[in-house]
Design a protein around this ligand. Structure first.
Ligand code: PGA
Length: 258
């Protein structure tokens, strides 16, 4: 069942995408212990999905099962292989992750699309796989440049990403609108504005009316309030700031105060 369905709406969803950080398990545990302690003093109105790198998935899963954090946060992965049980050296399957307690998976992140050459067809296959494995996909959609064509770019990306996915399955997804030019690690990155993001989100909602839509791209302490308090934005996908522990705790405070 989707996390959003587990809680009374309206509620903002926060996805923490740790990317390839931190370097050690000790640091990963430190982040989660701090989040655990902080969530205990906040009202229980935040939906949080933590997406650590694969190497920490099993330990984070154990932590979620043995601490109170497990009542407040759900485990996600950053990617899955495009097939289960196949010979795919170096890959990790959705079936393996599901058995470790993973419930959500990021599909089609722009770093995979543009830095690792993941095509729309591969993203589509992974989406099919995630749904078959019972994982809730967090599907990333976003244009590389905000040029005159960006609306068509988004529509084409949506069509290709969701090709042959039924209406019912589309509604099982969470969509993260992540303009590539706004992702903090890209040269010259700047956060989008909620107003601009809503223009793109309108295109996404026209395509999939019932899925929650999040904003991602340089979400930080300075702009979290503006995105989280915007009607029509159901939450945020936080990359870099999700491993800057003190900043992330403050973002959680902002989300819980809405
Ligand atoms: P960022 O990353 O918050 O560091 O821009 C977001 C993402 O890449 O998902």
């Amino acid at each position: 069942m989707s996390l959003l369905n587990n809680f009374a709406m309206p509620k903002k969803l926060i996805i923490a995408n740790w990317k390839m950080l931190p370097e050690t398990l000790g640091e990963a545990q430190g982040i989660l212990e701090a989040v655990d302690e902080h969530l205990r003093i906040l009202p229980s109105n935040i939906s949080l999905v933590v997406c650590p790198p694969f190497v920490f998935i099993e330990e984070v899963s154990k932590m979620l099962q043995t601490t109170e954090l497990g009542q407040r946060a759900v485990l996600g992965a950053q990617d899955i292989a495009l097939a289960d049980g196949a010979a795919l050296t170096g890959e990790v399957s959705g079936a393996q992750l599901e058995k470790l307690g993973v419930r959500y998976v990021i599909i089609g992140h722009s770093e995979r699309r543009w830095k690792l050459g993941e095509s729309d067809a591969v993203v589509n296959e992974k989406l099919v796989r995630a749904l078959a494995d019972g994982l809730t996909p967090i599907v990333c959609i976003g244009e590389r440049e905000r040029d005159d064509q960006f609306k068509d770019t988004l529509r084409n990306q949506l069509e290709a990403t969701f090709a042959n996915i039924s209406e019912l399955d589309r509604q099982r997804c969470i969509i993260a609108y992540e303009p590539v030019w706004a992702i903090s690690t890209n040269p010259g990155a700047r956060p989008d504005t909620p107003e601009n993001a809503l223009e793109s989100i309108a295109i996404i909602r026209a395509f999939i009316p019932d899925a929650p839509v999040l904003y991602g791209g340089s979400v930080n302490l300075d702009n979290a309030q503006s995105f989280l308090s915007t009607n029509g934005i159901d939450g945020v996908l936080v990359g870099g700031a999700s491993v800057r522990t003190q900043e992330f705790l403050k973002i959680l405070t902002i989300a819980s105060a809405l």
